[in-house]
Design a protein around this ligand. Structure first.
Ligand code: PEP
Ligand code: MG
Length: 588
């Protein structure tokens, strides 16, 4: 009797790297696990120390090789992850601690190393700041690598044939060191969209889904599967119908990607001639290559908190000036808009607080920190102003809630300009100054703020969370985080209206700017600029080229009368689907 094939099973997760992949599954349920432990004699201590040193050295070498390899393949700064991993090992206190553990515990080096790292990791997992907590996986990664390097033969985690990897979680170095000719894609039970692993998967072009839940690990090795990195679906034992659908979808995607590349030199103008500036959001200067390759019309948001805070030590005014100058020069003749430090909230803190804030998103964040620390703030302002002598520079302030904050900022800008003038330092007195509109109170007084600035940049990531009282990083309430909520789109319209009355321009730099289903609505609401991640530039350009402004304007008028998020979303999406159906499939 013929065996009936197993039934198709679909897992849903968060897509982190686009693409469709077909292949047999390989399941690997690894983690940072304890090595064997055994006692050593007093005389054996020096030998264990030598083994420790050798494992560290071997790891350092591998990390340098990995960095070089990633630098060759990726356009951005992804390889820096491994440089940072190397720094963990370069901390002399770590080696000392492990050596002390070897001496006091009289146990083998790998176990002592494991014990020291576990204590450290436990402490890290308790950190409230999600960015720092996220770094735990990096430390685990390097720890695992060291442990493996104690063994003569490193066990391979991937098989020798082409496969889709199913894992509990992957570390950045797992991802980077995988053989691309064998690895067709990966899915993980855990993992987050903002992890380095996800960033690397995107940089390397490996289709990937994270957060599929624990049932995915029950998948059998060698089961046939399809990974849909667009929608986050992982389909095991796909039916013939599903397979046919995905085969033809994969072909269409390939053709669409080629077509998108051909459009990159076109202006981002609608069919009826309304030009929308299409600029890029970046966190690191290294991303500029990708920005240029995708022909952005400037940098609409340079988030400075990573550059200023990640190194642990604030860069000097000279260092800051050098970075902003490089940005200005390389983006020339287009504008580079530098956002002043937005620390706090879910981001790194500018300075350690004596106790954690009970409600960091409503606490000491953004411009509040800068206005309380004017020495540092003025250094950043002077650096930005100095860079304006070398290219078109703009600056904007985050977390503005009302007019007095913006006036306080402007007064400090004037003070800095006078100081620079006195010192004979050249700069552009007309550099554009803007306010981020991301707190509802700022929208309500947008007419007043508009009198003080040259532009508005709507930070929808925060505007949505503060309008709807939905934490932007809390998965439990993720479904309530609706960019198409009637309140949100009314606030956007109030902002563009206020800007128009004052004769200034309005951009959107939150993630919503790259949501292709919502592009018709944003265009119709009168947005002048969209600022998106470098890889989103091509699809957003295509969307803009396919839309008619007049149609979008009418659509927005109608949307403003609709009572629910779902109705507004459907209206915009329908138009998007009519204008660029191929891209909408992508975003599904
Ligand atoms: C926003 O809030 O939309 C924004 C662009 O800023 P960030 O995501 O850095 O808070
Ligand atoms: Mg914000």
């Amino acid at each position: 009797m013929a065996k009936t094939p197993p039934e198709e099973r679909v897992f849903h997760g968060s897509p982190v790297s686009r693409g469709i992949a077909f292949g047999p599954v390989h399941v690997s349920a690894r983690g940072f696990s304890a090595p064997d432990v055994y006692a050593i004699s007093e005389a054996g201590i020096p030998y264990e120390k030598i083994r420790l040193e050798a494992a560290f050295n071997k790891t350092r070498l591998q990390l340098t090789e990995l960095k070089d390899r990633i630098d060759e393949i990726a356009d951005g700064d992804e390889g820096l992850v491994f440089e940072a991993h190397g720094m963990v090992l370069d901390d002399p206190s770590l080696q000392r601690k492990v050596e002390q553990a070897i001496e006091s515990r009289k146990q083998n080096a790998e176990f002592c190393f494991y014990a020291v790292m576990q204590t450290f990791l436990e402490a890290m997992r308790r950190i409230v700041d999600p960015y720092l907590r996220e770094r735990t996986i990096d430390i685990e990664d390097v720890s695992q690598r060291v442990l493996r390097n104690f063994q003569a033969d490193v066990d391979a985690i991937v098989p020798d044939h082409q496969h889709l990897l199913v894992a509990y979680d992957l570390t950045p170095s797992d991802t980077a060191s995988m053989d691309r000719s064998k690895l067709l894609g990966f899915v993980t039970e855990a993992g987050s969209v903002n992890s380095h692993t996800a960033i690397l998967a995107r940089a390397l072009g490996i289709p990937a889904i994270v957060g599929l839940g624990n049932a995915v690990l029950e998948t059998r090795t060698l089961a046939p599967a399809i990974l849909d990195g667009y929608t986050g679906k992982f389909i095991v034992y796909p039916s013939g119908k599903t397979t046919d659908y995905y085969r033809s979808l994969a072909t269409r995607k390939q053709e669409a990607r080629k077509a998108l590349e051909e459009l990159r030199d076109q202006e981002s103008t609608t069919l009826d001639g309304r030009h929308i500036t299409l600029s890029a959001n970046i966190e690191f200067i290294h991303e500029l290559d990708l920005v240029h390759n995708n022909r952005a019309e400037g940098v609409g948001l340079f988030r400075t908190e990573f550059f200023l805070l990640e190194a642990g030590e604030m860069p000097t005014e000279e260092d800051q000036t050098a970075t902003y100058t490089e940005l200005a020069k390389r983006t020339s003749p287009h504008i580079s808009i530098i956002r002043t430090l937005d620390s706090g909230g879910d981001k790194l803190s500018a300075e350690p607080l004596t106790e954690p804030e009970p409600n960091p998103f409503l606490g000491w964040r953004g411009i509040r920190v800068s206005l309380d620390r004017t020495d540092f703030f003025k250094e950043q302002l002077r650096s930005i102003i100095r860079a304006s002598a070398h290219g078109k520079v703009g600056m904007m302030f985050p977390f503005i809630s009302g007019v007095s904050e913006i006036r306080a900022c402007q007064a400090l800008v004037q003070e800095c300009m006078s100081e620079l003038e006195e010192a004979g330092t050249p700069f552009d007195r007309d550099l554009q100054i803007g306010a981020m509109i991301e707190i509802p109170s700022a929208v309500l007084v947008a007419d007043e703020i508009a009198k003080e600035v040259d532009f508005f940049s709507i930070g929808t990531n925060d505007l949505i969370q503060y309008t709807l009282a939905v934490d932007r990083i809390n998965n439990r309430v993720a479904k309530l985080y609706r960019s198409s909520h009637p309140s949100v789109i009314r606030l956007i319209k109030m902002t563009t209206d206020a800007a128009e009355r004052a004769g200034i321009w309005t951009g959107v730099c939150g993630e919503l700017a790259a949501d292709l289903s919502m592009t018709p609505l944003l265009v119709g609401l009168g947005i002048d600029e969209l600022s998106v991640g470098p890889r989103e530039l091509a699809p957003v350009r295509k969307a803009l080229l396919s839309l008619e402004f007049e149609k979008c304007r009418k659509l927005a008028e109608k949307a403003l009368t609709l009572p629910t998020s779902a109705e507004i979303y459907d209206l915009s999406r329908e138009e998007a689907n009519a204008a660029y159906p191929d891209l909408i499939e992508d975003a599904e």
